[in-house]
Ligand binder design. Structure first.
Ligand code: ATP
Length: 390
């Protein structure tokens, strides 16, 4: 971008993709990060998403140099940063707590880093960074005179002014209320587009990760379960954990009973369904069948000849404005969810206790591997929800 001069530090000139090569971190006999291999393309907006305790902050801290990996390397381009001190790295972190100096003006807070490095036009650089986050007009104020969202922008400007190669964001919007969070998500994405820096964003909020990131890595128990663009992860989860963590999935404990052309035939909950072979694990016999709640239709009569359906009992109906959410029980006893957009007022609304049929287009179904010791996904969903909420 050339807006801000580069800063001191042994590796400040390092440029390129951020690479984690076999990175592991143990604390005593506990493994917090279990061998991560990752290449984050330069200039991309990358999200590390996972439940509390999965190892995302530890990963971020190893990129920042605040923790040293037990094994593996952290690199930017060809430059190995492993073992170097945080201030030597071309990496800055924005935390949830803004940690602004209360006695300094906003401009001086942002100019603090460049001044300390002896940059001659520190104040001008601070002003440019503040313009970028649309805070130029408040440069003379003190932090206490700003709202939470404004302080977060200043914290961002204070990191950007150092012109790092990589900007780390550790749950940066966690302290903001929901409306402001949504606004800041859009704003963060715009700023990242403008400055073109590599952003690595840690969050347990799947909506936040999907809204902003080009690429999302879903972490679970110190490992990356799946990585890809948000749309791809949502459309085709490869593990039961990802299917349940990124949005909601209806799951059925299924067995593969055959193959018809490019479709895999499965049996679950007393019904037979098909899954495109490309959307099922190759060669697996025991799988979880999956279908997203918005891909399912409720019909009161079985439309006939439609194999991909299941008879269910309605347990709960909630009107949420744009959609109605139905909770139903499938024959195996598992709860499924259906979202139906409220296009018309139904003169004969479906009510709890009704017996109905669910139908879906088999093209939207998917299957993920299942092992004998896999716990029940209904139980897991509750577990995941509590993990997300915590
Ligand atoms: P959260 O969203 O709650 O911040 P996280 O995914 O960022 O969670 P980490 O902070 O990376 O998780 O922690 C991963 C695991 O490593 C946790 O079980 C945590 O208790 C453990 N851990 C982290 N730091 C240390 C430490 N210094 N000593 C011992 N255990 C640690």
């Amino acid at each position: 971008m050339g807006l801000f001069s580069s800063s001191k530090g042994a590796f400040r000139g390092a440029k390129g993709d951020l690479v984690l090569d076999g990175v592991r971190k143990t604390f005593g006999d506990f493994t917090a990060v279990d061998g991560i291999d990752l290449t984050i393309p330069r200039g991309s907006f990358f999200a590390l998403l996972g439940p509390s305790g999965c190892g995302k902050t530890t990963t971020l801290r190893m990129i920042a140099g605040l923790e040293q990996p037990t094994e593996g390397r952290v690199m930017i381009g060809q430059t190995d940063l492993t073992g170097s001190r945080p201030y030597e790295r071309p990496v800055n972190t924005v935390f949830q707590s803004y940690a602004l100096f209360p006695h300094l003006s906003i401009r001086d807070n942002v100019a603090f880093g460049p001044k300390r490095r002896g940059v001659s036009d520190a104040a001008a650089q601070a002003d440019s960074a503040l313009e970028l986050v649309q805070m130029g007009h408040l440069a003379g104020r003190k932090p206490a005179q700003l709202s939470g969202g404004q302080q977060q922008r200043v914290a961002l400007a204070r990191a950007i002014v150092n012109n790092p190669e990589v900007l780390l964001l550790d749950e940066p919007l966690g302290a903001l209320d929901l409306k402001l969070r949504r606004e800041m998500q859009v704003e963060l994405k715009r700023i990242q587009d403008d400055v073109g820096l590599t952003f690595v964003h840690v969050t347990h909020d799947q909506e936040e990760a999907m809204t902003m990131a080009d690429t999302v890595a879903v972490m679970n128990q110190g490992q990356i379960e799946q990585i890809g663009p948000p749309e791809a992860l949502y459309d085709l989860p490869k593990t039961r954990f990802v299917a349940g963590f990124l949005g909601k999935s209806n799951m059925g404990k299924a067995t593969v009973v055959g193959r018809e052309g490019d479709q895999v035939v499965v049996e679950f909950a007393g019904t037979t369904a098909t899954v495109p072979a490309a959307r099922a694990p190759e060669g697996a016999d025991e799988v979880w069948f999956g279908i997203r709640p918005e891909k399912v239709r409720i019909v009161t009569d079985q439309s006939g000849g439609h194999r991909d359906d299941v008879r269910v009992t309605v347990v709960d109906v909630s009107f949420t404005g744009v959609a109605t959410e139905y909770i139903v029980t499938v024959p195996s006893g598992r709860s499924w969810t259906v979202y139906e957009q409220n296009m018309d007022v139904d003169p004969n609304p479906i009510r709890p206790g009704d017996t109905v049929w669910l139908e879906w287009d088999p093209a939207h179904s998917f299957a993920v591997p299942r092992s004998a010791d896999d716990p029940d996904p209904a139980g897991d969903a509750a577990e995941l929800e509590s993990a997300v909420a915590s």
